[in-house]
Design a protein. Structure first.
Length: 296
């Protein structure tokens, strides 16, 4: 049992989580608590930019040819929204428990400026990857414990919670993978260009978006942009766009109960049959069985 496990258990009891898996707001803006009581095999998911801390159990991520684990000793740092495949493993004596903390870019800029962080040599040419595991050191453990303590009381959550989140982001910036976050604030770098392109993709995923268009908007050659995009996200721009469309489609099918043909057009497909094929290839179930995919 990790040092943080009892506090995570106490949080689960206070929130009275009813289902076998899910995610709920905690009362602190940008902080969600999630839990999974049963093993979930390798399946696609998307995390937004942020920090993922596991209090009990572990997950194994797969991104391209990379495999990584995040658990009680390792947190996950994400500078950009990342689609990847993940296995979920509860602990032997209880569910997987964790926190997701979103990144507030305004607060991040302020922290980076206060720290005086600058791009290291070669950073403008080689962007960091958009997702990295990092060691859960003593400072991060204590910062997480303070956030969990805040969550015991609604007033503490409201008044002290944002400062506790800021400390966790600060510790991540000072940690071994801090560059994943600090690079978001450095303008004129390939990493910043990819982050802008991802904002465009997420905002306009229904539209026809080409690699040439994204490269031109970021004043980069097609080859340089494609190379930077693949390094940051692990996908080509078109592969990434397809994953975002399919994930949006899953949400519409699961949460709004929309018809398959309607969803296909809603997320930018011109052919419902092509949408159904690609949905089944990606999620391993047809769109009509999307309800089985609701998990964290």
């Amino acid at each position: 049992m990790s040092r943080l496990s009892p506090a995570f258990h106490a949080l689960q009891q206070r929130l009275r989580t009813p289902a076998t898996r899910g995610a709920v707001a905690t009362g602190v803006p940008g902080v969600q608590f999630f839990w999974v009581t049963e093993k979930v095999g390798r399946a696609p998911l998307i995390y937004s930019a942020g920090i993922v801390i596991i209090g009990q159990g572990h997950k194994i991520g797969h991104l391209g040819d990379r495999t990584f684990r995040y658990d009680e000793d390792t947190y996950l740092v994400l500078g950009v929204p990342m689609p990847f495949e993940c296995e979920t493993h509860p602990a032997a004596d209880g569910p997987l428990l964790g926190l997701r903390i979103d990144i507030d870019l305004t607060a991040l800029h302020s922290l980076v400026a206060s720290l005086g962080l600058r791009p290291s040599r070669g950073e403008t040419g080689t962007p960091p990857k958009g997702l990295e595991p990092a060691r859960m050191d003593e400072d991060m453990i204590e910062a997480t414990a303070r956030l969990l303590k805040c969550l015991e009381d609604p007033a503490d959550s409201r008044i002290l919670g944002p400062a506790a989140v800021q400390e966790i982001v600060y510790r991540a910036l000072r940690g071994e993978q801090g560059r994943v976050l600090s690079s978001l604030t450095q303008h004129g770098t390939p990493y910043a260009a990819v982050a802008r392109a991802l904002d465009r993709i997420h905002g306009d995923f229904r539209q026809s978006i080409s690699v040439e268009m994204l490269a031109e908007e970021n004043a980069m050659s097609v080859s340089s942009f494609h190379r930077a995009f693949k390094r940051v996200t692990g996908d080509s721009p078109l592969q990434y766009l397809k994953k975002i469309r399919l994930d949006k489609a899953k949400g519409l099918l699961v949460n709004q109960g929309m018809r398959v043909n309607t969803v296909a057009f809603e997320v930018g497909y011109e052919s419902p049959s092509q949408f159904s094929r690609e949905f089944k290839r990606y999620f391993k179930v047809p769109p009509s069985e999307a309800g089985s995919l609701a998990y964290t």
